[in-house]
Design a protein around this ligand. Structure first.
Ligand SMILES: [Zn+2]
Length: 230
């Protein structure tokens, strides 16, 4: 396997809403929603920052809540939610120009610099979904049709299992990696041998607050990614 150059991103890092759009989120219900995993991925930014610190790789952070713009879906119809779908076409396009396009351009610029590039996107997921406990500590999302990406996903899973005994490390769980999101967007721009995009989904019970398990996961991710990427 070729050695990769790492690029880090966190697309659901924050529940920040710029003041110009605060009125859209003024109801008690939407304020409450912003604080949950619907507003951001709790702990995902801490994981990303720790990886940046340990691996000295560039990190791109999407600066606003997914409830304002869903950055992880490049199909226009899926970017807007209940609270934003009524915005005018012009307001939507100015939001994209201000936040989404610059973010994607900056990530793409780094992918062009790093050959071959491994984009690692830090996410977190809710431990319980629709009343069911998700049996997973760390998920690795990838596209199984991309042979190099698949190889690196399997290698990362193996390395994490070795370093995190007793934890459940799964592939393409709790979601499929084949998605019209950030990693998928760049799959359309770059061939398999030039680019691999992995999404790391950490169960937020470990990283929402500082925990022993959370620290172990961050350490294991950093050491394992260091083996795969420089
Ligand atoms: Zn996420």
């Amino acid at each position: 396997m070729k050695r990769f150059r790492l690029v880090l991103a966190c697309v659901h890092a924050t529940n920040a809403i710029p003041s110009a759009y605060a009125k859209l989120f003024s109801s008690q219900a939407s304020k409450k929603l912003l604080k949950t995993h619907w507003g951001f991925d709790p702990g995902a930014l801490d994981v990303a920052k720790e990886l940046k610190r340990r691996l000295n790789a560039p990190l791109h952070v999407f600066p606003v809540s997914r409830l304002l713009i869903e950055p992880d879906n490049y199909k226009p119809k899926n970017r807007w939610g209940e609270l934003t779908k009524s915005l005018s076409r012009q307001e939507k396009s100015s939001l994209l120009d201000r936040y989404w396009h610059p973010f994607m351009r900056a990530v793409e610029k780094d992918i062009r610099k790093q050959v071959p590039a491994l984009l690692v996107i830090s996410h977190s997921f809710t431990p319980v979904w629709k009343g069911k406990v998700r049996n997973c500590d760390v998920g690795i999302l990838f596209d199984p049709k991309r042979s190099q990406e698949k190889t690196v996903a399997f290698a990362l899973q193996k390395a994490l299992r070795k370093r995190l005994p007793g934890m459940v490390i799964r592939r393409n769980y709790p979601y499929t990696g084949v998605w019209e999101g950030t990693a998928g967007y760049f799959r359309e721009q770059f061939p398999d041998k030039r680019y691999a995009g992995l999404e790391i989904e950490v169960n937020y019970k470990h990283v929402r607050r500082k925990t022993k398990n959370g620290e172990a996961i961050k350490r294991a991710l950093a050491v394992s990614l260091a083996e795969l990427a420089g």
